[in-house]
Design a binder for this molecule. Structure first.
Ligand SMILES: *[C@@H]1O[C@H](CO)[C@@H](O)[C@H](O)[C@H]1NC(C)=O
Length: 207
């Protein structure tokens, strides 16, 4: 019975030491959320209107500080531009993503931006794009967050004052001034390497 006790002890201890991100936050976002978002994207009209909205341009931000700055913009985007008939599949997807983000905040998985110290205004950009493109930006940032919490074994430091206030590194500055638009090569490689892998399987088509 001694051996049995040791087994029980190990079962109790191993998960605690291996999961340094607190339990609820390790599962704050799941593939299911991203699949719902994919479904919402696939239900958008491919023609017609564009929407004007403010979003965060990543520039030199780390994944952590990009996610932290962007989540409030996602909430705002959904509140303003994605209203559906109550009870419809699209409405449910929107509510699901909104609740996801509200839970992330209420569980303290990501602290809210510190308005006084963490000013993200230099990363804000107005986009005039199709709803699909807007939702794809949401998909990118939520995928980054999922990737972050599923691959990180140490607690995430969400302090972003320095990153938000620091000037752009020279190489990125050159890129942005020559094209007039920041096309982050970093972003592209990170995206294709880490995210598309686990988003690549196909969704059931909406009926
Ligand atoms: C988090 O990072 C900031 C600097 O970015 C640092 O000042 C702070 O000590 C760090 N906090 C922890 C708990 O490591």
């Amino acid at each position: 019975s001694n051996g049995k006790n040791v087994c029980v002890l190990m079962l109790l201890c191993v998960p605690l030491t291996m999961m340094d991100i607190p339990g609820p936050c390790k599962h704050a976002i799941t593939m299911d959320h991203l699949l719902q978002l994919k479904q919402l994207i696939s239900n958008q009209l491919r023609t017609g209107c564009s929407i004007t909205y403010t979003f965060i341009e990543r520039k030199h931000l780390s994944v952590v500080c990009d996610v932290k700055a962007t989540l409030p913009r996602v909430l705002e985007l959904f509140n303003v531009h994605f209203k559906y008939v109550r009870g419809s599949g699209s409405a449910q997807a929107v509510v699901s993503i909104q609740n996801l983000i509200l839970n992330i905040y209420s569980q303290h998985c990501i602290p809210a931006l510190n308005e006084e110290l963490e000013d993200t205004v230099v990363f804000e950009r107005q986009y005039n794009e199709s709803p699909v493109q807007a939702l794809q930006r949401v998909e990118e940032v939520l995928s980054l967050y999922l990737h972050l919490i599923t691959t990180t074994n140490t607690p995430v430091n969400w302090t972003c004052e320095d990153e938000y206030s620091s000037n752009l590194p020279p190489t990125v500055t050159q890129l942005t001034t020559s094209t007039g638009e920041s096309i982050s090569t970093d972003w592209a490689s990170l995206w294709s390497a880490s995210v598309e892998d686990f988003l690549s399987y196909s969704l059931p088509t909406a009926s």
